[in-house]
Design a protein around this ligand. Structure first.
Ligand SMILES: Cc1ncc(COP(=O)(O)O)c(C=O)c1O
Length: 424
């Protein structure tokens, strides 16, 4: 019988080490919030393919929509002969993203969406520079690596990166960085490194994803909006990880009344199919010339059919409410550990985008990265898949599908709480 160890040996010989995997378990089946590997082991899935299956693995609506599309046609290239489903999805995303009138471009990955947002902002403003945030993650292409504010492992050995990209600190209460510190750093940046009149775009996540699940403090997005307005800078909100119900709203910006200029989306947009989008103000989206945007696979018919089903499912099954209730349950269970387990330093998040930051003795200045690795391994041994994140690698993030049954959620939280109590 093929086993995980044998497959892993073949995999290491056949694929580069830079393309890593958290857990060498080779999956043969997935259903809603559970995975099974080649040896028949079951894993409760608190990773959701890194926030990709908010609607669960193989949601019947998503599978049904993609299967029906397979029977009609699989690819014509939207840039050659278009099809209605893209127009419909664009209309729906234009309505979901605040403000308007909006327009939507579809591409394939989160990185590609962010790359295109920068291209569009440059075309609109005629300016070169881009400002991003320390701890932010925007992808693995050259421009998105330049924007990414986390060196290891993403940026190691890959420079030089495109120039004219600047970083300021992201507000991070647990580490003593307030919104006013970030805004002061931005002010300093404008006087010491780049004048705001040269800045095309500011790019930020409403909740740091890879950077440690840190929600922006109240009012921060509005302050950034105000800075962008003052200087004619395009405000780009990267909702690749926060989007499609994860935080208890369709988009995290919906928790505020801020209207960004451009929003990037991917991951759970298509419930497991590769698809991403840039949606924003029509006049900005129309700045690039005809033919300047696109790609062979942008708006793949199966992915677009899946995305239309995902949007219906989130609404029809009340998954925004469910995300909030998952967030409350996780907060209650993990929050109770802050007092009892010395290394559980902070429990935080927004909706069902929750995390626990591990610090030695609860001291924020002593990130417990090795412990986070041990927690991930121990959870996997007991049948729970969790991921770490954070600039220092010491945060355990929880991203269960929003469709997870109550009993499976409890079972997973029992494992995590036991492991944290034993190791922490
Ligand atoms: C906020 C954010 N932006 C961009 C990306 C890059 O997306 P992709 O891996 O699909 O290129 C990610 C991926 O984790 C992300 O979390």
């Amino acid at each position: 019988m093929t086993d995980n160890a044998e497959l892993h040996e073949r995999r290491l010989a056949a694929t580069p080490r830079g393309w890593g995997s958290v857990l060498p378990r080779y999956v043969v089946r997935a259903e809603n919030a559970e995975l099974w590997d080649v040896e028949g082991n079951r894993l409760i899935d608190f990773a959701a393919g890194i926030a990709v299956v908010n609607t669960g693995h193989r949601h019947p609506n998503v599978v049904g929509a993609a299967s029906a599309q397979l029977d009609a046609f699989t690819h014509t290239c939207f840039m050659v002969t278009p099809y209605e489903s893209v127009v419909t999805l664009a209309e729906r995303l234009n309505a979901i993203v605040p403000g308007g009138p909006n327009k939507t471009l579809l591409v394939n990955s989160g990185a590609e969406a962010v790359e295109n947002a920068v291209k569009i902002a440059r075309a609109h403003t005629g300016r070169p520079a881009v400002v991003a945030f320390a701890g932010g993650f925007h992808g693995r292409t050259m421009m998105t690596l330049a924007l990414t504010g986390k060196v290891s492992p993403y940026k190691l050995r890959f420079g030089p990166f495109p120039g004219d990209v600047y970083h300021v600190p992201f507000p991070y209460g647990y580490h003593g960085v307030g919104a006013e510190d970030s805004l002061a750093a931005l002010d300093d940046l404008f006087s010491s490194d780049v004048e705001p009149e040269r800045v095309a775009a500011m790019v930020l996540e409403p909740v740091l994803g890879e950077g440690g699940f840190v929600p922006v403090p109240e009012g921060f997005l509005a302050s950034i909006r105000e800075v962008c307005d003052r200087h004619g800078i395009v405000m780009v909100v990267d909702e690749v990880q926060t989007g499609f119900g994860r935080t208890g709203e369709m988009l995290a910006v919906h928790h505020t009344d801020v209207v960004p200029d451009l929003v990037t989306m991917a991951k759970s947009l298509a419930g497991g199919f590769p698809l991403s989008a840039v949606t924003g103000r029509a006049e900005i989206m129309d700045a690039p010339l005809p033919g300047g945007l696109g790609g062979t696979y942008g708006g793949s018919p199966m992915a677009v059919a899946a995305a239309n089903a995902v949007i219906d499912t989130i609404t029809d099954e009340g998954l925004l409410d469910r995300a909030r209730s998952i967030g409350r349950i996780v907060d209650e269970r993990l929050g109770a550990l802050v007092e009892r387990v010395p290394s559980v330093g902070d429990v935080r998040g927004l909706g069902a985008m929750m995390a626990v930051e591990l610090s030695l003795g609860g001291d924020p200045a002593q990130p417990a990265k090795a412990l986070a690795g041990e927690v991930v391994s121990a959870c996997a041994e007991r049948g729970l898949l969790v991921l770490s994140c954070g600039v220092k690698g010491n945060v355990i993030r929880l991203l269960p599908p929003l469709t997870i049954p109550e009993g499976v959620l409890d079972e997973g939280l029992d494992i995590l709480c036991d492991v944290l109590t034993e190791l922490g």
